[in-house]
Design a protein around this ligand. Structure first.
Ligand SMILES: [Zn+2]
Length: 65
C-alpha cells in the first residue's frame, strides 16, 4: 500500500482561525477536527476549481444566539 497518496493539508479553522492539519483521502475528501474549538471541517473537491467545505460544530449550544 502506498501511503504517499495521502497528502497533508494545512489550513486555518474557518471558525476560530487556529492552524490545523489534515490529510486528503484518495477520493479527495478531507476531514479535520479543530483541536481548539472542536468544529469538524469536511471538504470535498468538486472539480479542479471548486471545493465544497462544510463546517459542523457538534458542541454548539442550542438555543443561544
Ligand atoms: Zn477552530
Amino acid at each position: 500500500m502506498d501511503f504517499s497518496i495521502y497528502q497533508s493539508v494545512e489550513m486555518f479553522c474557518p471558525n476560530c482561525g487556529h492552524k490545523i492539519t489534515g490529510y486528503l483521502s484518495e477520493d479527495g475528501a478531507l476531514r479535520i477536527m479543530c483541536d481548539r474549538c472542536k468544529v469538524v471541517i469536511y471538504s470535498k473537491r468538486k472539480n479542479v476549481k471548486e471545493f465544497n467545505i462544510k463546517v459542523t460544530n457538534p458542541y454548539a449550544i442550542k438555543g443561544v444566539g
